[in-house]
Write a protein that binds this ligand. Structure first.
Ligand code: ZN
Length: 309
C-alpha cells in the first residue's frame, strides 16, 4: 500500500507531500516534508495506523527543506536517512545549507521551514547511483537524476517511481512544470534525467508536489521537458536584453500565470503553483544557470560590434 501524506504546508492542501510505502519493516517514507509540518505528518501517520517511531527508513529525493526538513525528527526516533552522496554532508552539518537558505528566505525561514538540526552521522546512509536497498518485500533502487539539484535521486521499486522534483510539479488538474530553484539548476542534465525516467517506463509516478500520476506518464514527461527548454530560453532572451532579476520576477510570474490560465487554471490554482515554485526562485536559478554554464549566450550586445557577432 502506498499513501500520499499531505503536509498542508502553511495551511494549504495539495502542495507538499510525503509518500508512504507500507513494508514488512513498517512504513517507509519518501521525503518527509519540512520540519514546520512535522506534526501534520504525525497526524497523517496516525490516521494510517502508524506512529512516527514506526518509520525505520526515509528516502530523500534531495535535501531542500520542503523535502528533507523533517528528516532529522525521524532520525532522532531511529530512522535511517538515505540520501545522495552530495547531500549527506549537509544533513550531518546543515550550517552552510541554513546560511544559503537564509539568504533566500530571510526572516521567513522559521515560519516556512521550522527548525533545522543536524542528523547523527550513523543515521545517514549515502546511496550511489543504482544502489539498491532491500526493505522486504521491496528492492528500492536509487537513480541519480540531477537537473533540479545536483544531489537528486529518484527511487524505483517494482514499477513505481518516486520522482522527486526533477519529475515535475503538478498540482490539481494542472500541467507538469519544472521547479527552477537555485543554486544547482542545470538544464542539460535535467533533460537527461527526464529521459532516464522515461526509460524506466513506470506504471505509477509519485510527486512530492503533488501525489500520484497514474496515467499518461509519457505525456507528463514530454510536457515537462518542453517547459524545461522553453522556460530556460525565455530567461536567456531576457538576460540578453539586459533585464535584471527585479524586472524578470513579475514578468515570469505573469508568463507562468498566463500559461496556466490558458490551460484552464483558476486563480487559486495559479497561486498554488506560485507557492510550490516561486517566481523569484526561478528567476534567480535561471540567471545563475545561464551566467555560470553559458556566459557567452547571455552577454549583453552593448559595447560590442554587432556586425562581427
Ligand atoms: Zn527542490
Amino acid at each position: 500500500m502506498i499513501h500520499v501524506l499531505d503536509t498542508r504546508h502553511l495551511g494549504r492542501a495539495g502542495i507538499i507531500a510525503s509518500t508512504l510505502l507500507e513494508s514488512d519493516e513498517g512504513p517507509i517514507l519518501f521525503d518527509t516534508g519540512p520540519e514546520s509540518t512535522f506534526e501534520n505528518i504525525v497526524g497523517e501517520l496516525n490516521a494510517n495506523g502508524f506512529a512516527p517511531r514506526d518509520v525505520r527508513h526515509v528516502f530523500l529525493s534531495h535535501i531542500h527543506f520542503d523535502h528533507a526538513g523533517a528528516a532529522w525528527r525521524f532520525a532522532d526516533l531511529g530512522a535511517t536517512i538515505y540520501v545522495h552522496p552530495r547531500g549527506g554532508p549537509h544533513l550531518i552539518d546543515p550550517r552552510k545549507l541554513v546560511a544559503s537558505a537564509t539568504r533566500l528566505y530571510g526572516h521567513e525561514m522559521e515560519r516556512l521551514w521550522g527548525t533545522v538540526a543536524a542528523i547523527a552521522p550513523e543515521r545517514v546512509r549515502v546511496l550511489e547511483d543504482n544502489d539498491i536497498v532491500r526493505v522486504a518485500p521491496f528492492e528500492i533502487r536509487a537513480i541519480a537524476t540531477p537537473g533540479h539539484a545536483s544531489h537528486h535521486h529518484i527511487y524505483l521499486w517494482d514499477d513505481n517511481v518516486f520522482g522527486g522534483d526533477v519529475a515535475g510539479v503538478r498540482l490539481g488538474n494542472g500541467p507538469a512544470v519544472p521547479p527552477f530553484v537555485p543554486p544547482e539548476l542545470e538544464i542539460e542534465s535535467w533533460l537527461e534525467s527526464i529521459a532516464k525516467i522515461r526509460a524506466l517506463n513506470p506504471a505509477k509516478l509519485y510527486l512530492p508536489h503533488f501525489g500520484l500520476v497514474a496515467r499518461d506518464i509519457a505525456a507528463h514527461l514530454d510536457a515537462l521537458g518542453e517547459r524545461v527548454i522553453r522556460w530556460s530560453i525565455w530567461f536567456r532572451d531576457r538576460l540578453r536584453t539586459g533585464d535584471d532579476e527585479q524586472k524578470m520576477t513579475p514578468a515570469f510570474a505573469d508568463y507562468l500565470a498566463a500559461e496556466l490560465q490558458a490551460l484552464g487554471a483558476t486563480e487559486t490554482e495559479v497561486a498554488d503553483y506560485e507557492h510550490a515554485d516561486p517566481s523569484f526562485m526561478a528567476v534567480s536559478a535561471a540567471s545563475r544557470y545561464w551566467r555560470k554554464h553559458h556566459p557567452d549566450e547571455v552577454e549583453l550586445p552593448a559595447g560590442r560590434d554587432s556586425a562581427s557577432s
